[in-house]
Design a protein around this ligand. Structure first.
Ligand code: T46
Length: 140
């Protein structure tokens, strides 16, 4: 994954390398560009599963592959891009109003997400046309 601009960007975390094993940490107010109000993780994901398929009105998130790998397809309503997460030190920041789809999970992959808000189903655009309409309004 390379550094990107705009609606998504790479977040690099520190690594303490040690013969006993590596250690990476996240400090609120330092590494993540929002106050962390929720942490959740995806695991036991079948290799042929597709997750995501939505955008958020307000939510910002940083997504990490703590173990294994997976693909995130990003659509800001104008351009599409895709990123492979496979390094637990490198997260993908995803801003609000960004459509995301996740697939190609490796066996045993663990996806951890740091989120700016607590869970609220009302924050989701789960319909792509509704998302595009919101993008148009935001651009006015
Ligand atoms: C995102 C990707 C990366 C909760 O009750 N609390 C939570 O914090 C979350 C995230 C989900 N849920 C419930 C809502 C659904 O009934 O868990 C169920 C599955 O949620 P969803 O279909 O949204 O899961 P994903 O993996 O498609 O999407 C999730 C996040 O919802 C989303 O914000 O960006 O992971």
């Amino acid at each position: 994954m390379t550094a990107v601009q705009g609606f998504v960007r790479q977040i690099d975390l520190p690594q303490i390398h040690d013969p006993r094993g590596d250690l990476t940490f996240v400090e609120g107010g330092k590494h993540i560009p929002f106050e962390i109000r929720r942490v959740y993780y995806l695991y036991n994901v079948p290799v042929d599963a597709e997750r995501g398929g939505h955008a958020h009105r307000e939510l910002e998130q940083v997504v990490f592959a703590l173990s294994g790998s997976f693909r995130i397809k990003i659509d800001d309503g104008r351009e599409k891009s895709e990123y492979w997460l496979r390094d637990p030190r490198k997260g993908l920041y995803i801003n609000r109003l960004v459509w995301r789809e996740m697939d190609s999970f490796s066996q045993g992959a663990v996806c951890m997400v740091l989120a700016s808000h607590r869970y609220d189903e009302g924050d989701y655009y789960r319909n792509y046309d509704d998302f595009l309409a919101a993008i148009r309004v935001a651009a006015e």
